[in-house]
Design a protein around this ligand. Structure first.
Ligand code: ITT
Length: 218
């Protein structure tokens, strides 16, 4: 059984469409979200922490809204900004911009205590630079170290990324969750789409599609 690690039931509703019935359950575990300007390291750290907590295969899902005219803000801070400012105020700020283009990004981090081949999707072996330098070599089973002495965490995490472009608009629609009402893609906000339609184009749908294909062979 795969544990989808999130406090957000909306994410699991979307993920269930990609995985066989009964093969995934939500693990409501709030892993520490480290401060970082990229989603990958946050997902990787979270996957390790969640794996150690659950002692079973886990998938964590870190997502964010990146507004072009705000240099990518709120990005990795999207959760904090939703809780503090709220999505209407994010819209108000974006409404003053010439450039209202934005994108959602999602990074899924999978960890089951074993090693993975790095290609075609990235593997975080505890030190991203070392992982990049190591290239697409096969990782030894059992979570072997990348040879980097020191702080690197040897538990490998496989990462799957998804992206969708759009723009910030005044809130419309009552489906979805989070920033969906103010994110328009192809003339409709994500909150105006049902789950299948959102999945067909969304950041999470793209990442889940890659994950599901890879996981089916695992
Ligand atoms: P977990 O960390 O427990 O999974 P979360 O909702 O805080 O739950 P994220 O940190 O990944 O998840 O999400 C960052 C913010 O982006 C948060 O405010 C979400 O509501 C929002 N978000 C993530 N995916 C979204 C989506 O598909 N549509 C709209 N908003 C989304």
């Amino acid at each position: 059984m795969l544990r989808y690690v999130t406090t957000n039931p909306g994410k699991v509703r979307e993920a269930e469409r990609y995985l066989p019935d009964g093969s995934v359950e939500r693990l409501d575990f709030d892993y520490a979200e480290v401060q970082a300007d990229e989603l990958g390291p946050i997902a990787a750290r979270g996957a390790r922490e969640a794996y150690r907590h659950a002692d079973a295969p886990v998938l964590v899902d870190d997502a964010g809204l990146f507004v072009e005219g705000l240099d990518g803000f709120p990005g990795p801070y999207s959760s904090y900004v939703e809780e503090t400012l709220g999505i209407e105020r994010v819209h108000d700020i974006a409404a003053d911009l010439d450039d209202r283009r934005a994108a959602f990004r999602c990074v899924l981090g999978y960890c089951d205590g074993e090693g993975f081949a790095a290609s075609p999707d990235p593997v975080d072996r505890g030190d991203r630079d070392a992982a990049a330098a190591a290239g697409p070599d096969e990782e030894g089973e059992g979570g072997g170290s990348d040879g980097d002495a020191g702080a690197a965490d040897p538990l490998p995490v496989k990462l799957f990324e998804g992206y969708v472009p759009g723009r910030i608009v005044a809130p419309r629609g009552d489906g979805g969750f989070g920033y969906d009402p103010i994110f328009e893609h192809d003339g409709e906000t994500f909150a105006e789409m049902d789950t299948d339609r959102k999945n067909a184009v969304s950041h999470r749908g793209r990442a889940l599609e890659k994950f599901a294909e890879w996981y089916a062979d695992r």
